[in-house]
Design a protein around this ligand. Sequence first.
Ligand SMILES: [Zn+2]
Length: 307
Amino acid sequence: MKRNHLLTIAAGAVLAFAPTLSAQSRLSVVATTPDLAALAQVIGGTRVDVKALAKPTEDPHFVDAKPSHIVTLNRADVLIDGGAELELGWLPPLLESARNPKIAAGAPGRIVASDKVTMLEVPTAFDRSKGDVHALGNPHFMLDPLNVKIIAAHMADHFSRVDPKSAALYQANFKAFDATLDAKLIEWQRKLAPFKGAKIVTYHKDFPYLAERFGLEVVETLEPKPGIAPSPAHMAKVISSMRAAKSRVILVQPYQNRKTAETVARQTGATVLDIPQQPGAIKNTSTYFDLMDYMIGSLATALQATP
Ligand SMILES: [Zn+2]
């Protein structure tokens, strides 16, 4: 209730003070999450000012909606969201208050990353009342570099439509990024090749795309369903299947309950691995490539250390 009240006040402030058009010559690009923002910066280069709404240490499903987000969205030329209901819990009311037709669904200024991605784990039947937050399939597709390629091309296409005079620059930036990604993917695949079939555990169901691309297997998640806190009964099941599968690594994000992971780790001889998937959550990971280098490197080190 408190949050809705704040949003109403902020909507009034936006209407009173915001300019109707972006005064800057550069495109004002807003991304819901830092990973999409980092990618937009590479593709947009000097022609864009990019802001992320979520902090790198915030759960993308449950971002704290602030009045300042409404102002940011009201002034945006382009909005990039993950889609597939990743931001269902917080973005729709912000967009409603921001009243910006440039970033409405279907406008050239709206890029929904999931639109071009083949989704994993699309449920055949779904009961939202149980609290599962992956109603349209798994929205954590940025962890597969081949999806990042697709989304980068999608961004270059939309930036070119919104700002046609810089289209050649956006396409050149995409080509350069794409070539680097091809080379890095070979390097990352080589690094994880010795661990094909390794069985990992994650807190949330956020690693299936990475696991599939690099030949790892997610055997359990500490959450019984995406978005539902671990229960004692579920933890007991996780512990027994981790023992059976000889799974020795539990991956956690900065916004997840590390104590729960540590409890399970103590009973299974596993290591808890902090492996943030948003650029900037820890030092020296502010670009997509730095972040992936860190993630792949940490995974390889952790898996090497486990029998
Ligand atoms: Zn999720």
